[in-house]
Ligand binder design. Structure first.
Ligand SMILES: O=C(O)CCC(=O)C(=O)O
Ligand SMILES: [Fe+2]
Length: 323
């Protein structure tokens, strides 16, 4: 018996969503986006308004960092308190599987966290201008998505989600570039172990080598790289704010022996000290009880540190779920 073709996560065309209101085409696209958040926790976005030339530059300046000699890269060794800097998960022993991943992480927002971009790579020269410009564009896209999500969740004001995350001024963002070298025995390793992302959502730029997988209905499904598309992942704090109507996506990456792979990730975070829990409006409207405990994002990050990368373990843990 032939196996049925594997279903793929939805592709959202932002130019249709930004087009004339009231058209059947726009309505269908908004419905597809809502169902992507509920059923997949992940979708790809095309015609998002960020030029292919800028995406190429982002990949180029990010890749250039990993090509620096090791002694240069080690000058940026990861700070265990802020998590900023260059790090390496390759060889991190945790049970039987190794993570095969080099990364660089730094904040891009808010200004108070970036400290004048002190912890950003100094090379290549164009890094700061390119990543600042890209960061702003991704924030624009993310804010547009947050207002669409607010409407999809039936909230009265389309600003509600953004405000609940701390508002435009205080919304945070982290930039992570992942580099996965070729792996001689890929069956013994993963790029990144299964996990959900912290924050509201993640905007991911993949290169043309596949490796990202999401977990759905008991199977791992590959998210194919699409030229010039961005991949959006629903993260834990949208699951919490929506009281589980949206689900953060459990995902991992795999590696291969033929090609190295790179991905560029922007995590959209709530303001660190703001209490985040299920939105009262959602709970009331659906006449249900809040499923998640209220806590600040800073507290949440401490839990991540103790639990590590373990699928949906954090958002469904005794720390977070009301029982
Ligand atoms: O490399 C990828 O495609 C995903 C990376 C990821 O999940 C992460 O950095 O949190
Ligand atoms: Fe992730």
């Amino acid at each position: 018996m032939a196996t049925p073709p594997q279903q793929l996560p939805p592709v959202i065309d932002m130019s249709i969503i930004g087009g004339a209101s009231g058209t059947a085409e726009k309505k269908a696209m908004l419905e597809l986006l809502g169902s992507a958040c509920r059923e997949w926790g992940l979708f790809q976005v095309v015609n998002h308004g960020i030029s292919p030339a800028l995406l190429d530059e982002v990949k180029r300046v990010s890749r250039a960092f990993f090509d620096l000699p090791m002694e240069e890269k080690l000058k940026y060794a990861n700070n265990p308190v802020t998590y900023e800097g260059y790090g390496n998960r390759t060889g991190t022993v945790k049970g039987s599987t190794l993570d095969w991943n080099d990364y660089f992480y730094h904040f891009i927002r808010p200004a108070s966290a970036t400290n004048g971009q002190k912890n950003w790579p100094h090379q290549p020269e164009a890094y700061r201008t390119v990543i600042s410009e890209y960061g702003e564009k991704v924030m624009g896209l993310s804010k547009a998505l947050l207002s669409i999500f607010s409407e999809d969740l039936g909230l009265e004001k389309k600003e509600t989600l953004l405000e609940s995350l701390g508002g435009d001024e205080n919304l945070g963002a982290g930039y992570r570039m992942n580099f996965y070298p070729k792996c001689p025995q890929p069956e013994l390793a993963l790029g990144l172990s299964p996990h959900t992302d912290p924050g509201a959502m993640t905007v991911l730029l993949q290169d043309q080598v596949s490796g990202l997988q999401l977990y759905k209905d008991g199977v791992w499904i590959s998210v194919p790289p699409l030229q010039d598309a961005l991949t959006v992942l629903i993260a834990d704090h949208l699951e919490i704010l929506s009281n589980g109507i949206y689900e953060s996506v459990n995902h991992r990456t795999i590696v291969n022996s033929e090609k190295e792979r790179m991905s560029i990730v922007i995590f959209i975070y709530p303001e660190g000290n703001k209490m985040i829990g299920p939105l009262e409006e959602v709970v009331k409207k659906r006449d249900c009880s809040p499923l998640y405990t209220e806590m600040t994002f800073n507290e949440y990050r401490k839990i991540i540190k103790t639990v590590g990368l373990k699928g949906k373990a954090i958002v469904t843990s005794r720390f977070i779920m009301n029982s």
